[in-house]
Design a protein around this ligand. Structure first.
Ligand code: NAI
Ligand code: MG
Length: 488
């Protein structure tokens, strides 16, 4: 989609030409089966559901729906494989994980295009962030596989057994990598379920897993919606559940696993505070605000969805933010110029639109730049809400879309109190030239990840996770190994 880059200066004379990524090189089948015990298997009940492209709502492929019997088969296969996989040397396990990482790299372009087609995220992000980071996670944990005794000195770490992993739709391949890589490195076997709107890259990953020659049953990939997820959670022979998704489903899983022997880690929602002090480099901070809330259409658990600007610079920051928003390009996820792609599903678009209504009804002042949204598909303009306060629902609740709630503050104590006044505790950002102020805030803010003069930076070596209703357990880094081992 073409867009004027700055109407005032260029008087509509400059436009970006379309620059779509080619889809010639990708292979998408009409129908995808379950990957159980090293084979692509039809679902016992023979049911399939559609996966669609959220930028035009057209069907891409049929996906198998796993029911009770299929999950039981997958868990049995994983249990059987556990015996040999857990006793294989770490060095041998590491080789398979390395191979998966290399194969992702080899097919990175295909993965990136399919991720954008199936989920709606801009190709620039899937190409430069999701896919390379997914490969990095496998590389990183492959390196740990034969060094577990160094990771946990004198503690004799042992794998847990069969692990059930349920992932969301916002970073489909990357979340699969976050889950699989540490579980495999520590000697567990896995039943993994991708989210129902974005199963394709997990199923492509199943092809790579197959190609890697990893023993059958070590990784099983089953598809379906919440019901399928619940079958994994409730299966009696699963030793651990690792879940990333909504706080509501997280609470359900915690309830039904209570009193069982299942171990649990939950990575849930967030309402990250992005704090701009008057001494910050303002232009960089504005770029950081854009990245914090509009990256991946705001479908980010650690998004900086609450902005706090120090009063003395608030007018400048908001004016610069508004004019930067004017230049954002919204449209075809496969266009290399696109900044904001499609909203992942109709259901998610309804959730976001409903929050925008709530914000208006509560008296918030809305700002959206002029932009023409495509006619087909699910789209939401980047949105600011000014004149909101702590008690507004759009300030307290996770929206999971491109909607930013803006507040101001005067003192450091005030902003700490406001930033911590939420049921969540996943992420925060602090923008200041003063290192001492930044370190002071890292101690005071209740968040698992705090970025300094940047936002939404991820690395395989760095732990990630939350406090309070954002969940518990850490993924990434040395910390990410711990939820997959027990000590004898
Ligand atoms: P969801 O929590 O329902 O979906 C996440 C995963 O859980 C999917 O794979 C889904 O199939 C599975 N699931 C659903 N019900 C289940 C159950 N009873 N037992 C086991 N697995 C189950 O999230 P949904 O409905 O797609 O999105 C709703 C809201 O959740 C969003 O608006 C957003 O606020 C939040 N969300 C947060 C995420 C995060 O990373 N923190 C990711 C996805 C959604
Ligand atoms: Mg889809």
């Amino acid at each position: 989609m073409k867009k004027n880059i700055n109407k005032d200066i260029f008087k509509a004379s400059w436009t970006y030409d379309e620059a779509p990524e080619s889809t010639d090189h990708i292979q998408v089948k009409k129908q995808y089966e379950l990957y159980i015990d090293g084979k692509f298997t039809k679902p016992v009940k023979g049911k399939y559901f559609d996966t669609i492209n959220p930028s035009d709502n057209k069907k891409i492929a049929s996906i198998a729906e796993a029911t009770t019997e299929d999950i039981d088969k997958a868990v049995k296969a994983a249990r059987k494989a556990f015996k040999s996989w857990s006793t294989l040397t770490g060095k041998e396990r590491g080789k398979y994980i390395f191979r998966i990482a290399r194969l992702i790299q080899e097919r990175a372009r295909e993965f990136a295009v399919i991720e954008s087609l199936d989920g709606g995220k801009p190709i620039r992000e899937s190409r430069d962030i999701d896919i390379p980071l997914a490969a990095n996670h496998f590389f990183y944990y492959a390196g740990w596989a034969d060094k577990l005794t160094y990771a946990f000195p004198n503690r004799n770490p042992k794998p847990l057994g069969v692990v059930g992993q349920i992932i969301p739709w916002n970073f489909p391949l990357l979340m699969a990598a976050w889950k699989l890589a540490p579980a495999l490195a520590t000697g567990n076997t896995v039943v993994l379920k991708p989210a129902e709107t974005t199963s394709l890259t997990a199923l492509k990953l199943a092809e790579i897993i197959h190609e890697s020659g990893i023993p059958k049953g070590v990784i099983n990939i089953v598809t379906g919606a919440g019901k399928t997820g619940a079958e994994i959670v409730n299966h009696p022979d699963v030793n651990k559940i690792a879940f990333t998704g909504s706080t509501g489903v997280g609470k359900y899983i915690q309830k039904v696993t209570a009193g069982t022997n299942k171990k649990l880690t939950l990575e849930l929602g967030g309402k990250g505070a992005n704090i701009i002090f008057e001494d910050a480099a303002i232009d960089q901070a504005v770029e950081g605000i854009i990245d914090a809330i509009f990256f991946n259409q705001g479908h980010v658990c650690c998004a900086g969805s609450r902005l706090f600007v120090q009063e003395s610079v608030a007018d400048t920051v908001i004016q610069k933010l508004k004019s930067r928003m004017e230049t954002l390009m919204i449209g075809d996820p496969l266009d290399k110029n696109t900044d904001i792609g499609a909203i992942n599903s109709k259901k998610q678009l309804q959730i976001i639109e409903n929050y925008i209504k709530i914000g208006l009804n509560e008296g918030g002042e809305i700002y959206q730049p002029e932009c023409i949204l495509p006619k087909k598909g699910n789209w939401c303009a980047p949105t600011l809400f000014l004149n909101v306060s702590q008690s507004h629902r759009i300030v307290q609740e996770e929206i999971f879309g491109p909607v930013l709630a803006v507040q101001t503050f005067r003192t450091i104590d005030e902003v700490i109190e406001k930033a911590n006044n939420t049921p969540y505790g996943l992420s925060a950002g602090v923008w200041t030239e003063k290192g001492s102020k930044m370190f002071y805030l890292t101690q005071k803010l209740n968040a698992g990840v705090i970025w300094g003069n940047t936002f939404n930076k991820f690395d395989a070596t760095s732990p990630f996770g939350g406090y309070k209703e954002s969940g518990f357990g850490r993924e990434g880094g040395l910390h990410g190994l711990k939820p997959y081992v027990k000590f004898e």
